[in-house]
Structure formats: structure tokens, C-alpha cells
Design a protein around this ligand. Structure first.
Ligand code: SF4
Length: 363
């Protein structure tokens, strides 16, 4: 079974990264000079994204190693325009320019349909073309809690290689099992997890920052996520995609060798997501069989709302919605699934709706 390294960044981020990679065998174990190396950071928002200094340090190590080509790639939620905006505002566009490497917006990519081996829910996947041009993939997630999957680390971060609507299909088919199918189809060669500034209470956006000042590295996404879950004080049963992955790959977690820091010295009980605290008090949610994509969009929408809203707003989502007689106040249908024959006060279209649509509807 493989090794997972844990290194504090007290002596500097680059120093920590070098040590974390050395402890699991050194960069030469994972890349060759002839490789085109793709870096997959998490740039999915303006908070809780992968530490730029960590990615820059890795770029420098790969340049010193003389790999043939380095490029970064990511598809965020929303559309290609939103991905570009995140690239600029997180400073990653400048980072790419400074090192003269490509930062590819995968939301603009041509998807390639591939068959999933032993699928749990996804028979095929539409994955960005550029993924297949990389000889090696280095996965660079940020450690966070996640409202739908418990936590998000290496396994979940790979979702950013899907193009456009494919992410939505994941939510429709069942996010946790779809993540397993994706990771059984595309496997990163190295995972370097940014546990420097992490996120608790809510994620992947809108939570509180926790400084662990730690770097975790390992070849296996499942092993890295298991050790990450222990650091965050989550049970495997609370992280379904990890639980399924351990089962699918028949991983004996007891044999994972942790090198560097000890788990018990760096673990921290992350505050778990409490959805109730995220939804403003004046909203009543009526969820009737909506997929998690709609709830995700709604939670994002809540973070974009302006103050001074009217009292008592009922939000309906899902195809089995019925209007209760006691539903006083504004009635909003959220998402295309809401039945067409019911008369709502407002309808927010989309599958799922665009995150700013709720704010605009309430203006
Ligand atoms: S409208 Fe919402 S609930 Fe319906 S399929 Fe789309 S995202 Fe899912």
C-alpha cells in the first residue's frame, strides 16, 4: 500500500512541498522529462481555491525537472465566462502568464465521450479533450467541507475536468457514485492537497477559513482522501464517495503509511455544514425530489442575495412539488422541473438556475 505525506509549512510553502514530495519518493517517481504535465487546481470560486504559492512552487519544481510541457486546466461551475473571471480574479491567469504556460478554460473545451469501466451510475462520461493530451496529471485540491459530499479533497476535485452540462448530469445521476465512476476512468498520477487555508462550516464556498498550514501528498486519491478525512475528523461513512471508492478499489486503509507529521498532531475537528444556517430565515424550502444541483444553485444564490427582502418567501424545487394550502407569502418555482400546471408568483428557469437569478427575481 502507498504512502501519504503530511508536512507543515512552517519553513515555507515551497520547502514544505519539496519535503512532502520527497517523503513519498521524489518528483522523479511521478513524472519524466518527456512528459506533458497537467496541473488541476481548484479555482471554483473566489474563496476556497488552491493556494497560488503552492501551485507556483510546483511549477518551479517541474521547470527545474525539465518536463516537456506544463499546463493548468479547470472548469468551474457556471459557464466559460465565469471560469475566465475566476482565472483572472484568483491571480492564476497572471501566474500562467508569468511562467508562459497555458491556463486552459475547460468549459470551452471539446468533450470526448469515454466508456466507464464497471460503472456505478455513469455508463459514459464527457471529459475535456485536453485531459487526454496530458501524459501526467497532478491533482491540486483544497481541503474543504462540502454541503453535498461531506468533504472535498482529491476525488471530488477531478470533477473540474468535465465540460459544461456534464457536471449537472453528475448531480442528476447521484453525485457520490458519479465521482467514483469519474475517478475509475481518469486517475491522477500525483495528488498534492492544499491544507494550508482550509474551509469549514460551509463549502465549497461561503464557509470559514481554517489555517492548518499543512501540505498532504500521495499517489492514490483514495488514500489521500482517507487520510484527509481523518485529519478533518470525519468518519468514512459520512463521505459516501470515499466509502464507495474504498470498496471499489478494495483499499485496506489500515496499511496506508503516513510519513512526516502524525495524523493526531495535525487533525482538527472541522465544523460540519449546517444547511439551516445558510438559508435566510424568511425562506421556506419545499424540496420535492429535486436533484442536489438545484439545492447547490439555491445555496449559491443565497450567498448572492441583497438585504431587505420581503417576509416569508416559499421556494419550490423538484418535479413532485405541490402547493400546500398553508404556504403564505411569495411562491417561487426554482428550476425547470417545477410542474408547469401550478401557478407560482414567480418562476426562475434553469436546470439548475443561474446563481444570480434569485437575487434578480427578488429585486
Ligand atoms: S431543474 Fe433542478 S431539480 Fe430539475 S433536473 Fe434541473 S437541476 Fe435538477
Amino acid at each position: 500500500m502507498g504512502k501519504v505525506s503530511l508536512v507543515k509549512t512552517a519553513e515555507g510553502i515551497k520547502e514544505g512541498l519539496c519535503k512532502a514530495i520527497d517523503l513519498i519518493g521524489g518528483l522523479g517517481l511521478f513524472v519524466q522529462k518527456s512528459d506533458q504535465v497537467m496541473l488541476k487546481p481548484n479555482l471554483n470560486g473566489l474563496e476556497g481555491y488552491t493556494n497560488k504559492e503552492l501551485v507556483e512552487a510546483l511549477i518551479q519544481l517541474l521547470i527545474d525537472f525539465s518536463v516537456k510541457k506544463i499546463f493548468m486546466a479547470e472548469a468551474t461551475f457556471g459557464d466559460a465566462q465565469m471560469t475566465n473571471m475566476f482565472f483572472e480574479k484568483t491571480g492564476f491567469a497572471d501566474l500562467a502568464r508569468n511562467y508562459n504556460i497555458e491556463l486552459i478554460n475547460l468549459n470551452k473545451s471539446q468533450p470526448i465521450e469515454v466508456k466507464v469501466k464497471n460503472p456505478l451510475v455513469m455508463e459514459t462520461l464527457r471529459i475535456a479533450r485536453e485531459i487526454f493530451e496530458a501524459d501526467k496529471i497532478i491533482n491540486l485540491p483544497n481541503m474543504k467541507v462540502h454541503y453535498a459530499t461531506g468533504i472535498t479533497l482529491a476525488l471530488k476535485n477531478l470533477k473540474g475536468i468535465l465540460v459544461g452540462d456534464e457536471k449537472k448530469r453528475f448531480h442528476e445521476m447521484g453525485l457520490e457514485k458519479a465521482i467514483v465512476d469519474l475517478n475509475n476512468t481518469i486517475t491522477p498520477h500525483l495528488n498534492v492537497v492544499d491544507c494550508i487555508s482550509c474551509m469549514e462550516r460551509m463549502g465549497p464556498r461561503g464557509g470559514d477559513i481554517v489555517e492548518l498550514n499543512l501540505i498532504m501528498a500521495g499517489a492514490s486519491s483514495v488514500e489521500v482522501d482517507y487520510i484527509g478525512s481523518r485529519i478533518m475528523c470525519y468518519e468514512v461513512s459520512e463521505v459516501k464517495h470515499l466509502d464507495y471508492s474504498i470498496g471499489c478499489k478494495d483499499v485496506d486503509v489500515k496499511t496506508i503509511k503516513v510519513v512526516g507529521e502524525r495524523i493526531e498532531d495535525v487533525s482538527y475537528p472541522f465544523k460540519k455544514v449546517s444547511l439551516e444556517r445558510l438559508i435566510p430565515a424568511e425562506f421556506n424550502i419545499h424540496n420535492s425530489n429535486a436533484c442536489s444541483s438545484c439545492m447547490n444553485a439555491f445555496l449559491l444564490s443565497c450567498q448572492l442575495l441583497e438585504e431587505h427582502r420581503q417576509e416569508n418567501i416559499n421556494v419550490y424545487m423538484g418535479e413532485l412539488v405541490e402547493l400546500g394550502v398553508s404556504s403564505n407569502g411569495l411562491k417561487i418555482a426554482f428550476g425547470n422541473c417545477c410542474p408547469k400546471d401550478i401557478e407560482f408568483d414567480k418562476r426562475i428557469k434553469g436546470c439548475p438556475p443561474y446563481p444570480f437569478a434569485l437575487r434578480d427575481c427578488l429585486k
